[in-house]
Design a protein around this ligand. Structure first.
Ligand SMILES: C=Cc1c(C(=O)O)[nH]c(=O)[nH]c1=O
Length: 311
């Protein structure tokens, strides 16, 4: 069974990795990710300086997924760059993804310049979809701002760059966003980030369950799989073929991975399910995916990737 995936000049032994923000904020978690069976890993979205983030409770598991308003807590850009440089030194030929989520255009450009001038050999993920920084609308929902940051970035940034997108829910938005993204030599597009500003209610206490933003937070887990699959498919069918798609949202099993791959995903990320169960989920899900491929007589993912049938 061949589970290889390719993005830019990189080949991964399997398509699984964590979703940024999950199991990747500090060295202990990143070490567990790098030592897991995942094909790669991504760091927590970084800001130039360390951030405490929002007051807790700010991440809560709920029956069908999770709700979070973390507020971009992270150890600061330099920590994740240094961790990545150490990783590639200690693992020649292997690379990781490094996510950035500046609070401004200047922040993002500053971090991109530092990455460009560094020995970082991996892939950079520009997060355009953080839903939980009060007062900061998501760049991904502002088409002009998205085009502007990508224009500015590609004036100087010469390393592989991907973008993390929020979910879209309208064909006009799929079309407009795809038209913008197709103008740029992106290595990949990652769909989706959490479904922004949901509300989960504890009826016993008649209250919300997270402290920030009066309980409004990004929704992840099983709740969001249909939306995630739709966004993966919508961009897979609209973007030029050298822009790969990373699928993220609602993955709890080999079957869920198979669905993302059928929609066209090159890599598949796990967030809520990983947060709940830890890094052994990668072993379990790889076994389940292999079983499905065996049953269907597929020897490699390329035999079915993107081949979702219409009726
Ligand atoms: C980078 C901030 C994000 C956060 C956060 O730190 O609140 N939560 C998400 O679900 N997605 C994000 O992109």
């Amino acid at each position: 069974i061949e589970l290889k995936s390719k993005i830019a000049q990189f080949e991964f032994e399997n398509p699984l990795m964590n979703a940024s923000g999950v199991w990747c904020e500090n060295a202990e978690k990143l070490d567990e990710m790098k030592n897991s069976s995942s094909g790669s890993f991504v760091t927590k979205s970084a800001t130039p300086q360390l951030r405490e983030g929002n007051p807790s409770p700010r991440y809560v598991e709920v029956p069908l997924g999770s709700i979070n308003s973390m507020g971009l807590p992270n150890l600061g850009f330099d920590f994740y760059l240094n961790y990545s440089l150490k990783f590639q030194e200690e693992n020649p030929g292997k690379i990781n993804f490094l996510s950035i989520a500046g609070m401004s255009m200047e922040d993002n450009l500053e971090m991109l310049h530092k990455l460009n001038d560094s020995d970082f050999k991996g892939l950079t993920e520009l997060n355009l979809s953080c839903p939980n920084v009060p007062g900061k609308p998501q760049i991904g929902y502002d088409f002009e701002a998205t085009e502007k940051i990508l224009e500015k970035a590609f004036e100087f940034f010469k390393k592989p760059l991907g973008v993390k997108l929020p979910p879209y829910f309208d064909f006009a938005h799929f079309d407009e966003m795809a038209e913008i993204l197709n103008q740029f030599p992106l290595a990949y597009v990652n769909c989706i980030n959490s479904v922004g500003n949901g509300l989960y209610i504890d009826t016993e206490n008649e209250s919300v369950v997270i402290k920030p933003k009066d309980g409004f937070g990004g929704i992840g887990g099983a709740y969001v799989k249909p939306t995630a699959l739709a966004n993966v498919r919508a961009f897979y069918t609209r973007l030029n073929k050298n822009i790969k798609i990373i699928g993220c949202g609602g993955v709890e099993s080999g079957k869920d991975v198979f669905e993302h791959l059928l929609c066209g995903a090159e890599m598949v990320q796990i967030g809520t399910h990983l947060a709940r169960n830890g890094v052994q989920v990668f072993d379990k899900i790889l076994t389940e995916l292999s079983e499905i491929m065996n049953q269907k007589g597929y020897n490699s993912i390329d035999e079915f990737r993107g081949k979702l049938k219409s009726l």
